[in-house]
Ligand binder design. Structure first.
Ligand code: GLY
Length: 350
């Protein structure tokens, strides 16, 4: 078992261990005694783990109710969000109760945002079930829903009270979804940790789960401690994301997040190497790692379409957008880029 303590506006533990979900009652009793636990999950995850979790909590005397949303990014919208809030209100949930996000990134983000805003804030726990959610979205307090014009355009910074990463749950993930999360794992190696990157390149999908997941969380902990509200160094975590979000949006979310981030990393490293920012070695290694994990290295989307999709990025500031460009494996730079130069940058990376 590995524990990483996040220190931000609220301190909390992220616990990484196989089977840790079965100890949720003990953790919950310590955080929020006598509360009703509202489990929010989705139609894929609930049938696998929902009943077990409810039994576990009820056996310890914790009252539970649950809300299950349709699986998929399309659910992360204002209607589902309002429906969760109404569900909480109709069930007389108060600030002394607690939400549990049992699912991947969509469930974690929307549950976190409901927790941040219902009654101006009630506690919540993340139980991420996907690799992507374990290493990224469940940690650090970014909560959000999508608007038709873009991903995560409405949200709040609101830290959970606890994150339980049960690595056993990864066994139930379809191979494609597991690989999708690998896009984020590779990202941490490219950003901060050459040793982690080399382990991934060497072992591919057979990487050591507990070690790699907890290492990614430690790396994220360092960033969140430095810049909880994303005004400076936290922007580094957007490596591959600015272009990736454009790819996701243009494909109407048919291209998944991890694939889009992997493609985004390939595109920025290729363009960065043409501008002599990214070394040849880094560019080639990123390409090799993305291929090794079965993630895409090419897209049929053209530069103009990608550029248009990127203009709604929430991190755009006036006429400038900050692109994160690898220099070497383990070191990246924040490069403010004029919108006028963005299209030619993308062209250089495709
Ligand atoms: N997912 C990027 C961040 O948490 O800042």
């Amino acid at each position: 078992m590995k524990t990483v303590t996040i220190t931000a506006s609220k301190s909390y533990d992220v616990i990484v261990a196989p089977g840790i979900r079965n100890q949720i009652s003990a953790y919950l009793s310590a955080i929020s005694p006598k509360s009703t636990a509202v489990i929010v999950s989705d139609s894929n995850v609930w049938p696998l783990y929902g009943a077990d979790m409810e039994c576990n909590l009820r056996a310890s005397g914790i009252t539970t109710i649950h809300y299950v949303l349709p699986a998929g990014e399309a659910s992360k919208n204002a209607n589902t969000y309002l429906s969760i809030l109404n569900f909480l209100a109709e069930n007389h949930i108060t600030r002394s109760d607690i939400l549990i996000a049992l699912g991947g990134g969509v469930v974690g983000d929307i549950t976190g945002f409901a927790a941040a805003t219902y009654l101006r804030g009630i506690p919540y726990v993340q139980v991420p079930t996907s690799l992507l959610a374990m290493v990224d979205s469940s940690v650090g307090g970014k909560t959000a829903i999508d608007l038709p014009s873009g991903k995560n355009l409405v949200g709040a910074f609101y830290q959970p009270s606890l994150v339980l990463c049960d690595t056993q749950m990864l066994d139930s993930l379809p191979d494609e979804i597991f690989r999708d999360g690998c896009g984020e794992v590779i990202k941490y190696g490219v950003l901060y940790d050459r040793e982690l990157f080399m382990h991934l390149l060497d072992r591919g999908i057979q990487f050591d789960r507990e070690t790699v997941i907890s290492r990614c969380i430690e790396l994220k902990r360092n960033v969140v401690a430095d810049d909880e509200f994303d005004r400076g160094p936290r922007q580094m975590l957007n490596l591959g994301h600015t272009i990736g979000h454009g790819i996701e949006l243009h494909s109407n979310f048919m291209i998944s997040h991890g694939k889009a981030v992997a493609l985004g990393m390939v595109i920025v490293s290729k363009a960065g190497s043409r501008l002599s920012i990214c070394s040849q070695e880094a560019r080639n290694s990123i390409m090799e790692a993305v291929k090794k994990f079965g993630l895409p290295t090419r897209t049929s989307i053209n530069a103009h379409a990608l550029y248009e999709a990127m203009l709604v990025d929430k991190k755009r500031s006036g006429n400038t957008i900050n692109l994160i460009i690898p220099e070497e494996i383990g070191r990246c730079a924040i490069c403010p880029t004029q919108i006028d130069n963005l299209k030619s940058f993308i062209e250089a990376g495709l």
